[in-house]
Design a protein. Structure first.
Length: 409
């Protein structure tokens, strides 16, 4: 009689022979975390210096995350043909090249021009993520794939903390009326990223091939792609709507009523919110070697809905604290949903991952919707947008939990 897998037994997150490639790929999570986080500071910075509306400033997120939607499938096709390492190098070149395009606007910033380099950066990021996310899930035991991806994504959180912390101190520092030069941080990012690209040309990554498990595998894949997989895809879109919306308008939420200054709010976002986000991912990745990821996802989904309900309520400091605590609960959602959705897809893992990366378009939809509500009603009412997104994630988490219990029965 075949013994059931016991999740209470600790399983190593990363296979020993894959530790080095895991470290290299994890570096990429750190880099794109910082690049994306700087936009959360720029959002408020442009509102203050260019007198643009919340909806208008949200166009920055729209072009970056819109690039994910447009480039996800081509990125997946390219990676399948050229391999992970070449895909990473091309992604880094676009990322670094787009960052250096801010140099021509060093002296004369026009908001609409900013959107072009951000779009190119977005194209580079989607290639990196399309390569890295499924690659990490394959570097060890399939049962710990969600924990492994959460561990790698934890360094994405560290990059986000530094991006907001350094960006906030740079853009919101007192300069006697002078406006901060946007080209400075992006030039530094661009140079670092291009150096990393050169490093990747000098190393080799093992190309991991996913194989079909049995004769009925094809039919099983078609079944999952028709149901559970696309439920996960919808949950990821809604998660991105919620996560990016909260990040985009966190500083607005803390400053529009005079509760904090922009500089202090950016510090609170980096050290408080994103700090808890990173701690949540490290903790989640450790727990997932002992506790089923479906159960952890369900608990966290309940937590996010509860925190957003408090956020949209007129409870003063309690509502402000709820936004920060929400970062703990949302921290494990993207990598966990991603890993669950592509689990056991065999040789369709990379193709399925490309489809899932299109879900990041939620980061374009959410801030625009939230900005419109904030402009026409209030920033507090606008947090109904991420609340709705987390309710969909809760539905997927509940379905996944019941599904896992049925499989263990």
């Amino acid at each position: 009689m075949q013994q059931k897998a016991n999740h209470s037994t600790k399983i190593g997150l990363v296979a020993r022979q894959y530790i080095f490639p895991f470290v290299l790929i994890t570096m990429l999570f750190f880099l794109w975390g910082g690049a994306r986080a700087v936009m959360d500071v720029l959002n408020k910075h442009f509102q203050l210096t260019m007198d643009v509306s919340k909806t208008h400033s949200a166009l920055m997120q729209a072009v970056v995350y819109g690039a994910y939607f447009l480039m996800a499938l081509p990125a997946g096709l390219m990676i399948r043909r050229l391999g992970t390492r070449i895909g990473v190098i091309i992604g880094l070149l676009l990322f670094g090249g787009g960052s250096l395009l801010f140099l021509p606007i060093s002296d004369n910033v026009v908001f609409e021009y900013v959107l072009l380099p951000l779009f190119i950066i977005g194209c580079g990021l989607v290639i990196l993520e399309t390569a890295a996310n499924p690659y990490v899930t394959l570097l060890g035991d399939p049962r710990t794939s969600a924990g492994r991806l959460n561990l790698a994504q934890s360094f994405n959180g560290l990059g986000s903390i530094l991006g907001v912390l350094l960006g906030g101190q740079f853009f919101f520092a007192e300069r006697g009326g002078e406006v901060a030069d946007i080209a400075v941080p992006y030039s530094i990012i661009g140079i670092i990223v291009l150096i990393v690209a050169i490093c990747f040309t000098r190393i080799k990554l093992p190309e991991l091939v996913t194989a079909e498990n049995d004769a009925n595998h094809g039919q099983a894949v078609r079944t999952k792609l028709g149901g559970y997989f696309f439920f996960g895809f919808a949950a990821l879109i809604c998660y991105e709507i919620s996560e990016i919306s909260i990040n985009t308008f966190f500083i607005n939420y803390m400053t529009d009523d005079g509760f904090l200054t922009p500089n202090t709010a950016s510090l609170l976002l980096s050290i408080g919110g994103l700090g808890l986000f990173m701690v949540g991912r490290f903790t989640g990745s450790a727990l997932m070697s002992r506790v089923r990821s479906e159960k952890i996802l369900l608990i966290c989904a309940i937590g996010t809905v509860a925190m957003m309900l408090l956020t949209v309520s007129p409870l003063g400091v309690v509502s402000k604290c709820a936004v920060i605590v929400c970062y703990v609960f949302e921290s494990i959602m993207f990598p966990t949903i991603f890993a669950l959705a592509i689990s056991r897809l065999g040789n369709l893992t990379e193709r399925a991952s490309s489809i899932l990366m299109m879900s990041v378009v939620g980061g374009a939809i959410g801030p625009l919707a939230m900005g419109w509500v904030g402009d026409n009603f209030s920033i507090t009412a606008a947090f109904a947008v991420p609340l709705a997104g987390f309710i969909v994630v809760l539905a997927f988490a509940w379905h996944s939990f019941l599904k896992s219990k049925h499989q263990l029965a």
